[in-house]
Design a protein around this ligand. Structure first.
Ligand code: PNW
Length: 462
């Protein structure tokens, strides 16, 4: 029995990418620099001195890439629009027509192949000019800059794009960009992440407000935000550890989802972060509350949480505990769990538990998994890439998704991360998440065994 038969017939099957990770053509056709171009230029920031200058050269090869997606049988493609390719200095004083043309061609090509375009407006590539001259996401005015940029995208692409994602993973921007400093713009602080998060939420909400008032009546699409969250399992059955795991999930996901679904930050954050956590004005709260038509979720892994002792442990490539000292939590993994090359543990049941946690806390919203996937050290052997571990990962995670649906969770779609091996941020090209292998010298694409496996699941009749 193919996997597809375990899911509703209208379930959305897709793959995902983001602009800076695949497009390349960083200095071409009027694109302005982003904070990731600048970050890659700083010595020691990105493994191997890699950058997205060329990436997968998707800018020139998108037709081939979309044909590969169509061959897999997916019905949706989640990509991101590069803000500095549309507005080179970040403001709508200069519109880069070549950027508009590129995304028009990309969107049209998707539709010609029967693939629905799902566009993310912000996947971390803030125009460098806004960082340099306006202090980036630390500035509350960024919310208006973002809303202006979003309006340009709705205006030019909204006749064909019916699913919009405002911000990808505000947690990563705040924690990895401003807390741990391992992502652009590379700042370390225990105050700034909370401010940045607040401004990202407002940026999201303003863009949604503009879409709903000015574009939705004619374009009738859906718009939401995508947040990322790992599962946190209590390390022991003790009351303290159960509370620690709950608190860890609140600091990870409820930080962003509670304001949108419940109207405020979680009480635990107010208690533990105290005056460093911004307060919503009444007008801001009204704007943010109810501002997502669907619950976008990126999920990769699971860790145990326990009440912290003296020291805080971190054990992944990125310290994915967040600001653990603010949460008073220790994170750990079971040494038995298999790991990907990111050192992220493969724990399929964590995905099901997280889906239930979301359904319970937010009254069963429609959920789309907008990313799930794994990195392995793939290499072609006689022209083929036998990534059985990735097939096992997808099969097991999707099995848990199917269970969650059976048990009443309103999961409506799933996007595999990623369509292609690509620029994996601070890890450079050293981490391969793709369903398609990319030879970064020749730019040749090779469908991995996992891509053929997906195809077989999605096209059960062959
Ligand atoms: C996500 N963490 O990033 C992004 O949306 C993708 O662009 C990225 O390629 C993918 O996941 C794989 O990393 C994350 O530390 C980066 O928890 C770091 C974390 C989570 C997600």
């Amino acid at each position: 029995m193919s996997l597809k038969t375990k899911f509703p017939t209208d379930f959305v099957w897709g793959t995902a990418t983001s602009a800076y990770q695949i497009e390349g053509a960083a200095a071409l056709d009027g694109r302005g620099p982003s904070i990731w171009d600048a970050f890659c230029d700083e010595a020691g920031r990105v493994a191997n001195g890699d950058s997205g200058d060329q990436a997968c050269d998707h800018y020139h090869r998108f037709r081939e890439d979309i044909a590969l997606m169509a061959d897999m049988g997916v019905t949706a493609y989640r990509f991101s629009i590069s803000w500095p390719r549309i507005l080179p200095d970040g403001t709508n004083s200069t519109l880069n027509q070549a950027g508009i043309d590129f995304y028009n061609a990309l969107i049209d090509c998707c539709l010609e192949h029967g693939i629905q375009p799902w566009a993310t407006l912000y996947h971390w590539d803030l125009p460098q000019a806004l960082q340099e001259h306006e202090d980036g996401w630390l500035n509350p005015a960024m919310a208006d800059r973002f809303a202006d940029y979003a309006a340009v995208c709705f205006e030019h692409f909204g006749d064909r794009v019916k699913h919009w994602i405002t911000i990808n993973e505000a947690w990563v921007v705040a924690i990895l960009g401003y807390g741990q400093g391992v992502f652009a713009p590379g700042r370390t602080s225990n105050v700034e992440p909370y401010q940045v998060a607040h401004h990202l939420l407002l940026a999201h909400a303003k863009a949604v407000d503009i879409y709903r008032r000015q574009f939705k009546p004619a374009q009738s699409g859906l718009i939401g935000i995508t947040n990322n969250c790992d599962w946190r399992e209590p390390k022991t059955d003790s009351q303290a550890d159960r509370e620690a795991a709950q608190r860890a999930l609140e600091f990870f996901l409820a930080w962003f989802a509670d304001p949108i679904y419940l109207g405020n930050y979680p009480d635990s954050m107010r208690e533990y972060v105290a005056e460093r956590l911004p307060v919503f004005t009444e007008a801001e709260r009204d704007l943010v509350l109810g501002s997502s038509d669907f619950f976008g979720l990126n999920h990769y892994t699971t860790m145990y949480a326990s009440q912290s002792g003296d020291q805080v442990q971190e054990s992944a490539v990125y310290g994915n505990g967040g600001l653990s000292e603010d949460q008073q939590i220790d994170l750990s993994v079971d040494p038995q769990w298999k790991k990907t090359t990111m050192q992220w543990a493969v724990v399929p049941w964590g995905c099901r538990k997280l889906l239930h946690w979301i359904a319970d806390r937010y009254k069963n919203p429609p959920i789309y998994i907008t990313e799930n996937g794994c990195a392995y050290d793939d290499h072609p052997v006689d022209g083929e890439v036998h990534d059985q571990a990735r097939i096992d990962y997808y099969a097991a995670y999707l099995e848990e998704c199917a269970h969650a649906i059976e048990q009443g969770v309103d999961l409506r779609g799933y996007f595999a991360w990623s369509m292609l091996d690509n620029f994996e941020w601070a890890s450079g090209y050293g981490q391969r998440f793709g369903l398609h292998y990319v030879n970064f010298e020749t730019m040749e694409r090779i469908p991995k065994a996992s891509a053929r496996w997906f195809k077989a699941q999605l096209n059960p009749e062959g």
